[in-house]
Ligand binder design. Structure first.
Ligand code: BGC
Length: 384
């Protein structure tokens, strides 16, 4: 079956606020006419609430727009909201969606534990809840989870670090004539309130630990726990400040060889700190990433950042739409993982997608040939 790719970025630039679009004139009923379809008016193609965490990272804008356009094509109305990474704002947005008569909710939580009250209200109103990319925790009222294989993403992040240091090939196999090291590396993790951060860290640290144990990798700061490596709210400036501090405290007489960074925004903060400390762009340590953000893809093309992990948000959005359609047709969506995502109250049936390591060598095949970014965007580093 050919997968339909929604052209997320072909849509108008980032749009906030309540979207009460007329129903798309497809699907036969024409129920919305030309007017603003009222929320929950009972006609075919009801309202779906889509709650995204923030617009500061372009992936969430792309996710929001892709989910919105997919749902609209399927004949639903969409209320798409971004919460500016503010937990009370996201709580209010979800409350408002429920009050407006949303028939399903798709939520990428800021803090995975902060929406239990909202989900209780959703369950009481019979509204299915799809946890999007990040698992909502501590609530039995999460019906389905669509995401990537997050532990594998962490394995790929660590693998890309080892690849950049010349220790393994792209499938993670040790290189026969690998350098002995030791290599100085520093480790960054995501926001501890995001369930994904723990999966990324586990995948990464399990992959790196043997190299740390045998002394091929050394962490001069000694900061090797997720708590020490964490980056509150995934903020670029927080990562930049920590990298500056690490450089000042530990690198007076040594060089950094590699940095594990689990998100491109953090990678760019880390690169800024390295630049300020005198590292030239053509002599950067191996810096990893995630999300294939266009600014980082350009840095990779320019040989400054080493790698990112590409998670195709178009495919994730597609799965969220498929799951929504299943629920609204009175069916259960199809899961491909019913074991790994325990949210503290239950194992949430999940649909997990695969991700890809992207270095300079496969920007063209992974990102340009697939239509995720154009060659011009890679060249300029700016999304059009
Ligand atoms: C997502 C990552 C993203 C990070 C920061 C995580 O939950 O899975 O793709 O880099 O949040 O936005």
């Amino acid at each position: 079956m050919a997968r339909k790719l929604w052209h997320t970025r072909a849509l108008a630039a980032a749009t906030t606020g309540v979207m009460a679009f007329a129903l798309a004139a497809c699907g036969g009923t024409g129920a919305g006419g030309g007017g603003n379809g009222g929320a929950g008016d009972g006609e075919e193609g009801g309202l779906v609430g889509v709650a995204m965490p923030t617009q500061t990272s372009e992936r969430w804008i792309a996710d929001g727009e892709a989910v919105q356009s997919g749902l609209e094509e399927a004949g639903y109305e969409v209320d798409l909201q971004f919460a500016g990474d503010d937990i009370p704002t996201q709580q209010q947005q979800v409350d408002a969606m429920i009050n407006a008569g949303a028939e399903a909710l798709i939520i990428a939580a800021i803090d995975g534990t902060a929406l239990a009250g909202q989900l209780e209200a959703a369950a009481a109103a019979g509204i299915p809840v799809i946890s999007y990319d990040r698992l909502i925790r501590d609530s039995e009222n999460v019906d389905f989870y669509v995401s990537f294989d997050n532990e594998q993403v962490g394995v790929q992040q660590a693998t890309s670090l080892l690849m950049g240091l010349g220790l393994v090939d792209e499938s993670g196999e040790p290189v026969s004539d690998a350098p002995a090291g030791p290599f100085n590396v520093e480790l960054f993790a995501g926001s501890l309130d995001d369930n994904n951060a723990h999966f990324f860290w586990k995948g990464a640290i399990d992959t790196l630990q043997p190299y740390i144990d045998e002394g091929t990798l050394v962490v001069p700061s000694g900061q090797t726990t997720i708590e020490q490596a964490a980056t509150q709210r995934w903020l670029q400036e927080v990562a930049q400040k920590r990298m500056e501090d690490l450089l000042t405290a530990n690198y007076g007489d040594k060089k950094v060889d590699g940095v594990l960074a689990p998100y491109d925004g953090l990678s760019r903060g880390i690169i800024e700190a390295l630049r300020s400390a005198g590292y030239a762009d053509d002599a950067m340590p191996v810096v990893t990433g995630q999300d294939a953000e266009i600014a980082s893809v350009k840095l990779i093309a320019d040989g400054v950042q080493y790698a990112t992990i590409f998670k195709d948000t178009r495919l994730l959005a597609e799965q969220a739409v498929i799951a929504t359609e299943a629920y609204l047709a009175g069916e259960e969506p199809e899961a491909n993982n019913t074991e790994d995502y325990d949210n503290g109250e239950k194992i949430v049936p999940s649909y997990l997608l695969e991700s890809t390591i992207v270095t300079k060598d496969n920007i063209q095949s992974a990102l340009v040939d697939t239509g995720y970014w154009t060659a011009e965007e890679v060249e300029s580093g700016v999304a059009e």
